[in-house]
Design a binder for this molecule. Structure first.
Ligand code: 5AD
Ligand code: SF4
Length: 461
């Protein structure tokens, strides 16, 4: 039986049988876009139960932190943030709020979280957000049991639908299309915290996007750990799903994150190249340029396979751009292995790369390999990779000056005054002075320069 947690799309009630009754909730989100989406689903659920969202934790009765476990650093940040939130309330003379931890740390650490000194009241795993209204009602209802509540464990049939009214109209609307991961790369905690891959049914995805379009949305970003591995029971794969989504009237652009190199097969790349609504931007993490490291990571492709995929995409998808994630200092990574990563970015010429120092995660297969690259060496490799990418980016960017692009208006730029941030279909960011733009509208800009990660443009009539 499928159970879908579908928060009510109706305006938030002020009182409800589940007991939100005018209480205020503050949610802070860490980690990937899946967490950003889940936080919206949580707010939708609690909104339907009578909670109002607030932007300041000091004004909240319920504080939820949606967490990430992918690197140790991400977990440390959350733990110190919990202490900070508590201290700030004490300093303001406020009573303690009900404090809950959601997301991957909830799933990974479970009871351990409540044993620490942080006075956490509630630990809710990634598949248990549907139970939040009931669990918080219990906590607010003056329970006799002083023990924190822990609700964790996977349920492959639970998928969330975040209400579109909670999104700002200017941005791409996130739509999670599957959860979990079956790849089991040796360094990664995600298959354990998010569980096995499980697809949201196509009918639910199409209805969700239909509702977004009806609410004024024109662009969606399909989300998942490996969206390109999507396969529904009757055989509908990611290419088939993209084709169905593209048929939705009123929807203008479709982006997607993240792709796995093994799933970017020719028929999928052909479809991306052919379907005007699908944006020509591939975020396909390579992780390393060395076959020896890729094998130890169990990435299931070789450097040559990755480069062949990139070459095919360049032929099949006009104006395609690439972005990637890289890990430096994986166990056993030698100077020569790392040099292969540098040469890979040289060959591919990505627009953007996200770079990470290897972080050993307890219990994953790579933990048995030992974390043998010294921290100082990881830092050196990270800096070298970033410096090389920045030089490549300067060359790529310089070649674009003078071009005229069509780009979506997103939001006001922080500076200079009167400038806006725009984004092209290829995911290139442009900052340009615009008069009276409407977020979501398409504008033409001529590229006149670039900064670290964005182009500078002038409007073209
Ligand atoms: N250490 C460092 N980086 C990691 N990633 C995943 N697991 C780890 C780890 N243990 C990176 C990968 C992935 C990105 C989301 O996080 O590059 O693509
Ligand atoms: Fe982690 Fe690999 Fe799955 Fe990505 S594909 S979530 S890196 S196990």
């Amino acid at each position: 039986m499928n159970e879908f947690v579908v928060p009510a799309l109706a305006p938030r009630a002020t009182a409800s049988p589940t007991g939100g009754g005018g209480r205020r909730v503050y949610v802070e989100t860490y980690g990937c876009q899946m967490n950003a989406y889940d936080s919206q689903a949580i707010l939708g659920r609690l909104g339907a139960a009578g909670f109002t969202q607030v932007a300041d934790h000091l004004a909240a009765d319920l504080v939820l932190i949606n967490t990430c476990s992918v690197r140790e650093h991400a977990e440390h940040r959350v733990i110190s943030r919990v202490g900070e939130l508590r201290r700030q309330r004490e300093q303001a003379g406020l009573p303690a709020a009900v404090l809950g931890i959601c997301g991957c740390m909830a799933e990974r650490l479970q009871d351990d979280l409540t044993r620490r000194k942080h006075r956490i009241d509630l630990v809710v795993g990634v598949d248990r957000y549907g139970e939040l209204p009931r669990l918080v009602a219990e906590l607010f209802g003056g329970r006799d049991d002083p023990q924190p509540i822990v609700a964790t464990g996977h349920d492959r049939d639970v998928h969330y639908v975040a209400p579109p009214e909670l999104y700002p109209t200017n941005s791409s609307h996130l739509v999670t299309i599957h959860k979990g991961c079956d790849y089991k790369c040796t360094y990664c905690i995600v298959p354990y915290t998010r569980g096995p891959q499980s697809e949201k049914p196509p009918s639910v995805i199409l209805a969700e996007i239909g509702a977004i379009v009806a609410a004024g949305g024109r662009e969606v970003t399909l989300l998942g750990q490996n969206v390109t591995a999507y396969r529904w029971r009757d055989g509908l794969d990611f290419a088939g799903l993209l084709a169905e989504v593209a048929r939705i009237d009123g929807l203008e652009r479709i982006r997607f994150l993240t792709g796995h190199p093994c799933d970017l097969r020719p028929h999928l790349m052909d479809l991306i190249g052919r379907e005007p609504k699908v944006c020509p931007w591939l975020h396909v993490p390579a992780q390393s340029g060395s076959d020896r490291v890729l094998k130890r990571m169990k990435r299931l492709y070789r450097r040559a396979d990755y480069l062949a995929m990139v070459a095919y995409a360049r032929r099949a998808i006009p104006e395609v751009t690439f972005s990637s994630d890289f890990i430096v200092g994986f166990p056993g990574e030698t100077a020569d292995d790392f040099a292969q990563t540098l040469s890979l970015i040289e060959e591919v010429r990505y627009d953007t790369i996200f770079t990470f120092k290897y972080s050993e995660r307890p219990g994953v297969p790579a933990a048995r390999l030992g974390d043998d690259v010294p921290l100082a060496e990881k830092k050196r490799r990270l800096a070298a990779l970033i410096a090389r990418q920045s030089a490549i980016w300067s060359e790529v960017a310089a070649a674009q000056v003078g071009q005229v692009w069509l780009a979506v208006v997103e939001e006001p730029a922080r500076r200079p005054a009167g400038h806006w941030r725009l984004r092209t279909a290829s995911n290139r960011k442009v900052i340009a002075p615009l008069t009276e733009p409407t977020p979501g509208e398409l504008r033409r800009v001529r590229i006149i320069g670039w900064r670290a990660s964005a182009f500078l443009g002038d409007p073209v009539a």
